[in-house]
Design a protein around this ligand. Structure first.
Ligand SMILES: [Ca+2]
Ligand SMILES: [Zn+2]
Length: 486
């Protein structure tokens, strides 16, 4: 049986004169946080009075505390931009997105649901950009682990971004107070005695006012909790910023919880799509308004462009935002497309839609079926798989963006099989100069496992390498002509 749920430490812990905070002793197990004092910044600026309340529950499951509000899924951090200013993310954990996805881990050791710095390093700095100055009521942070990675040790700085010489990304070694930030609080939830493991929550607020301050930026200067081994970096589960003028908090969901999905279908009812924004609720609005029309129009188009005998494309496609994709923007497998939430947030008005069109092509290509049906299937070279997806994206979906042009800078390394947009450009050239049906034919051959290099010669009269050489010469001549124009 599990030992009963207990509160290991539940007190208002720290809040000190700035000078004292800045000299908090290097984190060592057992050191106690300081007593309550007021935080006063330099006499010129407004006084920031902050109180830090923190709690620790060894057997907690849903971050339910007495003095710290439960994590929310609609607070101001949900839509804030999180950036790593210094330090290295541990890739065994989730990306920064897990800190504000309104979801909390279901288990005490669930790396993918937490953000933590690289093992062996001493923390780092995170910045939140709230998008505009808001009246911040509270800043809440939550963490969960079995032992020394559970407590939180960080300094919280805030800024409205208007100070002259404001540095939005001060790295370690730069005192944020020297470049437009104010130290708001020092948080240290390490229990004075007993086990460190369990759920920790901390709240920074003003003891006398509903507003902690009017801020646009928050900087978390995070330290490891101990340095006796490599595993002193906290498993941060969620960071909430409560807007004094914001909506009433809605509790974050635990684990799978309720899924945030929207389904829609083409007018003829032939194709159905589901967008799953459970991992990134803030992206649903964009997906519904901006992505949905593109998907509805382009998926059927792509299916029509890439027919082959007896082939039926997936009739239900799921597009799902994920927070565990590292640096990969998106990938497709069968009828599922995975979208990297962090990448999409950055690219909403740039590459996001085009990237989905590219992935929709992969769903329609479905070349993985060939080896299952044809024991002697030949593989389609990767550069062509990606080249076709990028050809449809850059030359048919968004030709006006001219994203796959060969430029004086890219011509040097331009090879027909360089994949992605370079190969897309090659395909476009073959379409225009040799065989307007080449993409459809290549696709049909690949889908049946019958791709062979000899097909190029059968269809265009020229071997692939010759086509590649001619294509490159075409661009060299074109660029030479543009350069020589007055
Ligand atoms: Ca939240
Ligand atoms: Zn691709």
């Amino acid at each position: 049986m599990k030992s009963s749920w207990r509160t290991a430490s539940c007190t208002v812990v720290s809040c000190a004169l700035v000078a004292v905070c800045a000299q908090l002793p290097a984190a060592e197990p057992g050191t106690a946080p300081l007593a309550i004092q007021q935080v006063e910044n330099d006499a010129q600026s407004a006084v920031v009075r902050a109180k830090v309340s923190s709690e620790h529950r060894a057997g907690g499951t849903e971050f339910r505390f007495e003095s710290v509000a439960a994590p929310a899924n609609n607070d101001a951090a949900t839509k804030a931009e999180f950036a790593l200013v210094d330090g290295e993310r541990d890739r065994n954990g989730g990306s920064l997105a897990v800190l504000h996805d309104g979801r909390i881990p279901t288990d005490e050791d669930q790396p993918s649901a937490n953000f933590f710095f690289q093992a062996g390093t001493d923390g780092g700095r995170l910045r939140l950009d709230l998008g505009s100055v808001i009246a911040v009521k509270q800043v809440n942070s939550y963490s969960w682990h079995t032992n020394t990675r559970a407590p939180q040790v960080y300094k919280l700085y805030a800024a409205d971004g208007t100070a002259s010489g404001f540095n939005a990304a001060p790295r370690k070694g730069t005192d944020p107070e020297s470049c437009g930030w104010k130290l708001v609080a020092s948080v240290d939830t390490r229990p004075m005695q007993g086990d460190w493991g369990g759920q920790h929550g901390a709240t920074v607020s003003d003891p006398d006012s509903d507003v902690l301050g009017r801020f646009r930026y928050l900087l978390f200067d995070i330290s490891r909790t101990e340095s006796r081994d490599a595993f002193g970096n906290t498993f941060f589960s969620e960071i909430d910023v409560i807007d004094a003028d914001g909506p009433a908090p809605v509790a974050a969901t635990s684990g799978e919880g309720e899924r945030i999905v929207k389904s829609f279908e083409t007018e003829d009812g032939k194709y159905r799509f589901t967008i799953d924004a459970t991992a990134a609720p803030d992206l649903m609005e964009w997906a519904d308004a901006k992505l949905r029309p593109v998907v509805l129009q382009w998926y059927p188009k792509i299916v029509d462009m890439l027919p082959s005998d007896g082939f039926v494309a997936a009739t239900h496609v799921t597009l799902r935002f994920q927070n565990d994709m590292g640096g990969t923007p998106a990938y497709a497998s069968a009828g599922r497309i995975s979208l990297n939430s962090d990448w999409f947030r950055r690219e909403l008005n740039r590459e996001a839609r085009g990237c989905v069109v590219h992935e929709l092509v992969h769903v329609v290509q479905d070349y993985g079926r060939a080896p299952r049906r044809n024991p002697r299937a030949t593989p389609m070279p990767g550069w062509l798989v990606e080249g076709i997806a990028d050809y449809i994206r850059w030359f048919l979906y968004e030709p006006e963006s001219k994203g796959a042009e060969i430029t004086p800078r890219s011509i040097e390394r331009a090879r027909y099989d360089a994949s992605y947009r370079v190969s897309a450009n090659f395909l476009d050239w073959v379409v225009n100069h040799h065989d307007p049906e080449i993409v459809r034919k290549l696709n049909a051959a690949a889908r049946e496992g019958k791709y062979a290099e000899g097909l190029w010669k059968d269809w265009t009269g020229k071997p692939l390498q010759d086509l590649g050489d001619l294509w490159k010469k075409h661009h060299e001549a074109r660029l030479a002509e543009t350069m020589s124009r007055p």
